[in-house]
Design a protein around this ligand. Structure first.
Ligand code: ADP
Ligand code: MG
Length: 610
């Protein structure tokens, strides 16, 4: 029997292929919005009727399509964005497969009107069920409008499996707001069923978009995530930035963990898990943070050509991406989350395994922190907030206070904005803690941890300005080291020099210490070197901090006032003044808290005044 195998008619083949790209109305919105963004649009307007089944119209003011190429845009595998296979490694556009318009037009009636920048006239074309109805000249402003009507009219099975209109609208809403977050300088508008559902201002500030998407109240609970240096120098550079929620803003599902890779919204279970894991012990199990994270890496580090919808990507070094996401989020949360209230254990798993002692008058709490336990003080005056969470009236406050000599402020250092409310020192407890009072209650400050934080930020500022302040040693100490240790010092010469050390080889395994970081000026140079050797010897734990970071922390730890050191009132006040202006005053560089806070309410409760 012959004639059984036949090549499918083009339109049938196109419909089958279309199914891969166009799953639902939101997929159409996605492809059209991506095209608008690829065309460099500054304004993108999306209009939806009947959940997208009746009409999806996307207009943009981008580069447009030349008249004579309009019909070509609908052809399968017709693209202006990719020429050779090698181009796949350096994709900077959202589209590249040249399938979207063809697929959409195969399962709908699609009308396009476009005028290319520089052209005197525009053109319009219509394709229905994959067949070209017309192509002709038309007057139009520069840019493109694509209208998709009667989606899936010729694929009844698809139509039947569509979810309710409200579900489709939810998907579209999510998609448009996602793109608005990834492209904050583009002005988006989403109109559904005749009503504006969402708009962004195009101000260029992601924060503005987040306020639109999540509302101001939720946004106040978001912490900024900034790129962290890679954990190992051999790893590819991966920048992770955006926003992530404080532990007390959490959700029952992962849907608000929104990830972008090079400006493309993606779904990736493993990276979602990296975000969740960064909140380990901070959020009750079964609850999930909210996050909007941009992951930027070299185009050849990521394969976007895994799936027709381009929703999943493959990384060349998935572990590195995982760790970059996890570390950036963890850092944001640990550095910026509000001051832990007394008795809570929100920092239970930070690097050094620190645990706060349970307070004496409270029974030990359950191992898995519950919401109640994690509830943080969030009244308006609470200091433990990220910059945008502070009420304006707290920010300005010139400090005439003169800092004591023991805790130098540095010369010509610009006064930084306050990150804590003004605290008034009351006294010292156990030569270890400073008791202070602020507008939101009582603060117990660990003098050593707080000073470490201050020195650390000073040191990093000097580093960033490329001027590590070094102190030449008077009598250049010579130190003889065991061969292995000497080798380590030689290897680390560059890093050490960057930190203000000047160490020269002075014979076999013997070094002369010519300069040390100014912070350590009062230490014996030989001791300083031997201490550094210990850090070098302990090596780099995988996933741990860089050698440089480790040494900086060591220098600051060594230079900071010790627990057990009695401080004068002025010294304490000076320390607090500087802490108030640290970027992350609430934790020491090792991630331990520098302070505990007992709110006025908590005091009242403890004294049975409520
Ligand atoms: P791809 O985006 O993968 O190239 P599409 O089928 O989505 O494939 O689009 C085909 C081509 O049509 C694009 O490469 C682009 O040249 C052109 N095009 C589509 N939409 C627009 C638009 N809104 N503005 C300008 N050009 C567009
Ligand atoms: Mg496209």
């Amino acid at each position: 029997m012959s004639g059984m195998i036949q090549v499918l008619a083009d339109t049938v083949a196109a419909q089958i292929a279309a199914g891969e790209v166009v799953e639902r109305p939101a997929s159409v919105v996605k492809e059209l919005v991506e095209n608008a963004l690829d065309a460099g649009a500054g304004v993108v307007t999306v209009l939806v009727e009947e959940g997208g089944k009746k009409l999806i119209r996307v207009s943009d003011d981008g580069a447009g399509i030349a008249q004579d190429e309009l019909a070509l845009a609908f052809a399968r595998h017709a693209t202006s964005k990719l020429r050779t296979v090698a181009d796949l490694d350096r994709i900077h556009t959202l589209g590249f497969r040249g399938e979207a318009l063809a697929s959409i037009a195969a399962v709908s009636r699609t009308t396009i009107v476009s005028r290319a920048r520089g052209d005197s006239a525009g053109a319009t074309a219509q394709v229905e069920g994959g067949e070209v109805r017309y192509v002709r000249q038309a007057g139009a402003p520069v840019g493109t409008v694509v209208a998709v009507e009667n989606l899936f009219f010729n694929t009844p099975a698809r139509l039947k499996f569509l979810k309710s209109e409200s579900t489709e609208r939810r998907h579209i809403m999510q998609l448009v707001s996602n793109y608005a977050m990834a492209y904050p300088n583009v002005r988006f508008r989403l109109i559904m069923e005749g009503r504006e559902q969402f708009h962004s201002t195009g101000s260029g500030d992601v924060a503005d978009v987040l306020v639109e998407v999540f509302g101001l109240e939720a946004f106040k609970e978001m912490l900024e995530v900034s790129p962290q240096p890679p954990s190992r120098p051999d790893l590819p550079p991966i920048e992770v930035y955006g926003f992530t929620s404080t532990p007390n803003l959490n959700r029952s599902n992962r849907s608000q963990i929104i990830l972008f890779v090079n400006g493309r919204t993606i779904s990736d279970q493993s990276l979602t898990y990296a975000v969740v894991q960064a909140y380990h012990t901070l959020i009750p199990s079964g609850r999930y943070p909210m996050a909007v994270l941009m992951i930027a890496l070299e185009p050849d580090e990521v394969d976007v050509n895994v799936h027709p919808t381009k929703a999943e990507v493959r990384f060349r070094a998935p572990e590195a991406v995982f760790s970059a996401v996890q570390r950036a989020v963890r850092r944001a949360v640990v550095d910026q989350a509000p001051v832990p209230p007394m008795g809570g254990d929100p920092y239970g798993s930070v690097e050094d395994g620190w645990r706060p002692a349970p307070s004496a008058d409270q029974p030990p709490r359950a191992m898995v922190p519950g919401e109640e336990q994690l509830r943080m003080e969030l009244n308006a005056l609470d200091p433990g907030r990220y910059a945008h969470q502070r009420p304006d009236y707290m920010t300005p406050s010139p400090q005439p206070q003169t800092a004591p000599t023991e805790i130098p402020e540095g010369i010509g250092r610009p006064a930084r904005p306050r990150t804590l409310p003004i605290l008034r020192v009351i006294g010292q407890v156990g030569a270890m803690y400073i008791v202070a009072e602020g507008p939101a209650g009582l603060y117990l400050i660990d003098q050593h941890a707080a000073h470490e934080r201050i020195l650390y930020e000073q040191f990093m500022a000097e580093q960033a300005a490329m001027e590590p302040v070094a102190q030449r040693t008077l009598d250049a100490a010579t130190v003889e080291l065991p061969p292995a240790a000497a080798h380590l010092v030689e290897e680390a010469q560059n890093v050490l020099a960057g930190l203000g050390f000047e160490i020269e080889l002075f014979g076999a395994n013997t070094f002369r210490v010519r300069a040390i970081p100014a912070l350590l000026a009062d230490r014996e140079p030989g001791d300083v070197l031997r201490m550094i050797v210990q850090d070098l010897e302990s090596g780099n734990e995988p996933g741990g901090v860089t050698l440089e970071e480790k040494l900086v922390r060591r220098v600051c730890k060594t230079a900071a006032v010790k627990a057990g050191q009695t401080l004068s009132y002025d010294e304490m006040q000076g320390l607090i003044r500087q802490l108030e202006r640290c970027e992350s005053p609430r934790t020491c560089p090792h991630g331990r808290p520098t302070m505990l806070h007992i709110s006025g309410d908590e005091l009242a409760k403890q004294f049975g005044r409520t």
